[in-house]
Unconditional design. Structure first.
Length: 154
């Protein structure tokens, strides 16, 4: 079924879901960058480096997700206020202990992974293999990141 502009409703639903994933990804990137700047303590060097790798990956992923939204004929969400409202993630006030940064990033990565799963399922159901493939890769990244962050907390 198509709307008056010729776009399919399916693409519209997938693009809406991708915009949620985009907002989540951007929020996790900002939270991770904040942790990178402010982490202190005996694990500083390892966490500082790990957070840098993570926020760099998330920034690149944001671009890829936004470009997929555009490929589907929709517009990517943008602006800090808009993205923050969509993502609805708690922020941390510095300084906090290392474990609090890591725990907050676990929670944030779990949220984005859950939303990726929802959109991936929709893309799979609708036969959008390109979006599904991109989201499988993103999900793998977040699952690996979660494993690493949770391992630090043990």
């Amino acid at each position: 079924m198509t709307d008056s502009k010729g776009k399919t409703q399916t693409h519209s639903r997938i693009a809406e879901g991708l915009n949620q994933v985009l907002a989540d990804t951007y929020a996790v990137m900002a939270l991770t960058h904040h942790a990178h700047w402010n982490v202190e303590g005996d694990g500083f060097f390892a966490l500082h480096a790990a957070f840098e790798e993570q926020y760099t990956n998330l920034f690149q992923a944001s671009d890829e997700i936004a470009e997929r939204v555009r490929t589907l004929g929709a517009y990517a969400s943008g602006g800090l206020k808009t993205l923050a409202k969509l993502a609805d993630m708690a922020e941390l006030e510095a300084p906090v202990p290392q474990k609090d940064y890591v725990a907050a990033l676990v929670e944030a990565n779990e949220k984005v992974a859950a939303n990726i799963r929802k959109v991936k399922e929709l893309a799979s159901k609708e036969g959008d293999t390109e979006t599904e493939d991109m989201l499988v890769a993103r999900l793998q990244y977040h699952e690996k990141t979660l494993w690493m962050l949770k391992s630090y907390l043990k």
